[in-house]
Ligand binder design. Structure first.
Ligand code: GLN
Length: 486
């Protein structure tokens, strides 16, 4: 058995007992990448010498009994929208081809300080805009459960890497579902923290009021370990909250007596794949068996989340992406005048979806339309936030599907952006409200594709969500389902 099959929690235990070394563990991850990446295209960049060097340093510190944390020596994959000093950061775009940032994202830095070994950078939809990783300029990532299907997106490379045992854990970003939906499609556990719980410094900005850095692992326990090490305040991001960094204890309660779980009726709509609804209902029934009280609730403005998101996110993106002009970063197109350099570089190097969003966003912000589109969307966003405040006065967590379907075939939404946007209906509301969301596997559909459940909670209730998922994972084995041997 390859050490690559170990979960983060198992690997951490064996490392601490001295039964394996970080070099062996890292070697196994690198071998797994070498064996599979040609097929999956989950990694865009692998830093083999750097990873082995970090692994040796982790082994060294453990020998001296100076390991900085239980995460020390564990391999991590990083989505290519987060900077790691000295490694390329392309954001899945030609406009940042060969760009090597001189600084490291705070979330990554905190994990490096905890001793984690950064393996490399994973594939993403260009600038995290998409739900399938098909919008990457460097080719689609394939779903390890079925190579003809997408891994979800935009953090598809990270989700596939964890599912295919190329890394114990991975970082992603979630602006509208980009951690939760690929976690669901690939059968792993993924957390989108509360807005402002993890520093965004070094995360290339997409929709700044929605962006959050999240984590993937094979269980709630794995994700909890990463989350507690990477969250917290940061002098480089004024929105990062200063809350107690305390370890998240995952003692699964004997039962969930007293926990109230809300089931929003707006999340079980026509068009949802029957197998998805069935598995979610079964998981809800299991929570009830474990002692939780299940309460039907309503989030009445859910149907507006999609149009609101697809105004606010492109509006913010159009401003954020203005910095990519061929002068400050990446390659530059040759032209006579400065303006021609800007337009030619952007026209040639940005992909279709990014250009579509820049146009949508610029339009929504333009004089005469600002109030009608952007201003109006902000008002409705407040109503969506209020829905959640109201719901969380009645329940401790909300249970619902992550996405209406399981992983779809590559090319299924080829020239229909709207069909692609509809994949996000159940994940966008959490970003608009800033609340945390957790995705974890609850079974398979008729094609043996993983189905994911989503738990959402009040601001800063990550620990409560992780504890609930942990209780579920103690009682079930879906999260242990693994792919055929390497
Ligand atoms: N799929 C959504 C979009 O295309 C969300 C992406 C994300 O969370 N980064 O914008």
């Amino acid at each position: 058995m390859s050490l690559a099959t170990l979960s983060l929690t198992q690997a951490s235990r064996l490392l601490q007992r001295g039964e394996i070394s970080s070099r062996e563990l890292t070697r196994a991850a690198l071998d797994s990448i070498a064996a599979q990446n040609g097929r999956l295209n989950a990694f865009l960049f692998v830093d083999e010498p750097g990873a082995l060097k970090q692994a040796d340093a982790a082994d060294e510190s453990r020998k001296r009994k100076a390991a900085p944390s239980p995460l020390s020596g564990i391999p991590l994959a990083v989505k290519d929208v987060l900077t790691v000093a000295g490694m390329p950061c392309t954001c899945g775009s030609k406009i940042l081809e060969n760009y090597i940032p001189p600084f490291t994202a705070t979330a990554v830095k905190k994990l490096q300080e905890a001793g984690m070994v950064v393996l490399g950078k994973t594939n993403t939809d260009e600038f995290a805009m998409g739900s399938s990783t098909e919008n990457s300029a460097y080719g689609v990532t394939r779903n390890p459960w079925d190579l003809s299907r997408v891994p979800g997106g935009s953090s598809g490379g990270s989700a596939a890497a964890v599912a295919a045992r190329m890394a114990c854990a991975a970082l992603g970003s979630d602006t509208g579902g980009s951690v939760r939906q690929p976690a669901s499609f690939c059968g792993v556990t993924g957390l989108k923290p509360t807005y402002g719980r993890v520093s965004r410094y070094g995360l290339v900005a997409y929709g700044s009021s929605l962006d959050s850095v999240g984590a993937f692992g094979r269980s709630a326990q794995d994700v909890a370990a990463i989350f507690s090490a990477m969250q917290g305040s940061d002098p480089l991001d004024a929105t990062a909250q200063n809350l107690p960094a305390g370890e998240i204890s995952l003692e699964a309660p004997d039962n969930l007596q007293g926990v109230r779980i809300g089931v929003p009726k707006e999340y079980f709509i026509d068009g949802i794949q029957p197998a998805v609804e069935k598995k979610i209902r079964e998981a809800i029934a299991l929570f009830e068996q474990l002692g939780a009280e299940i309460i039907e609730i309503s989030l009445p403005h859910t149907e507006y989340a999609l149009p609101v998101y697809y105004l606010i996110a492109p509006a913010e993106a159009s401003a954020n992406l203005a910095r990519f002009d061929g002068v400050r970063y990446g390659p530059r197109a040759e032209a006579e005048t400065m303006w021609d350099v800007f337009t030619k570089t952007r026209g040639e190097k940005f992909g279709d979806e990014v250009q579509r969003r820049i146009m949508l966003g610029t339009y929504a912000l333009s004089a005469g339309y600002y109030d009608a589109f952007y201003g109006q969307a902000q008002k409705v966003r407040t109503l969506i936030k209020r829905d959640f405040e109201q719901a969380f006065s009645l329940v401790d967590a909300i249970a619902c599907p992550v996405a209406p379907t399981t992983a779809f075939p590559i090319g299924a939404h080829g020239d229909d952006p709207l069909a692609m946007y509809l994949e996000d209906v159940f994940t966008l509301p959490a970003n608009l409200a800033g609340v945390p969301g957790l995705a974890f596997p609850v079974g398979f559909d008729e094609n043996q594709l993983p189905v994911g459940m989503q738990l959402m909670g009040p601001h800063f209730a990550e620990a409560a969500l992780l504890r609930l998922a942990h209780a579920y994972q103690q009682a079930t084995e879906w999260h242990l389902a693994i792919l055929p041997p390497l």
